[in-house]
Write a protein that binds this ligand. Sequence first.
Ligand code: FMN
Length: 189
Amino acid sequence: MALRVIGICGSMKPKSSTAFVINYALDVAKQAGAETEFYDISEHDLPFCDGRDDESAYPPQVQKFKNLIKSAQGIIIGTPEYHNSYTGSLKNALDLCGLAEFEHKMVGIIGVAGGGMGAANAIAHLRAVMRGVGAWVVPHQVSISHSGKIFSSDGILGDPALEKRLKKLGTDVTKYARLFAAGLLEVDE
Ligand SMILES: Cc1cc2nc3c(=O)[nH]c(=O)nc-3n(C[C@H](O)[C@H](O)[C@H](O)COP(=O)(O)O)c2cc1C
């Protein structure tokens, strides 16, 4: 079975800088031998989570999203920083899922902020939510400030330190997901 690493983008913006850096990290995961897939929340018209008992009554795009997460061993989640947290659209998407999708999945987090303070709050809040759904969040994380400057004219990042951090994130998620998939990080229930 091929190792699968998916990316989930919490931005609803066209030409999102968050989507750009997630795809950069996914390319690294691909080079490390994983199959990759990128999921853009803005393209799938997910309904609001209302806590209904019969989750099968949600429209099919919800089941597709849940199945996509179930199919992966590694997940790279990226979010813009919105008012010192992560985006509401991402929270809703995550609320549509739970332990069944995320438990024992290896997760890497990227936060992207427009301002100079970085996205530490968005990342910390997301890390807490991931713990709530049983995911394993790798310690390395990528917080990006001044998002307006992360593209150069030809679309390349042009910041070696940031590229290095994104490479480590893509590599770590793939590496630890692989150990888990091989049973080398087996846990007691
Ligand atoms: C509603 C809203 C709230 C925001 N709050 C913050 C913030 O608290 N700190 C910050 O640095 N940038 C903030 N920003 C700027 C975004 O973090 C920034 O534009 C980011 O690059 C958006 O990522 P995207 O291009 O992937 O959508 C906010 C933007 C919006 C629309």
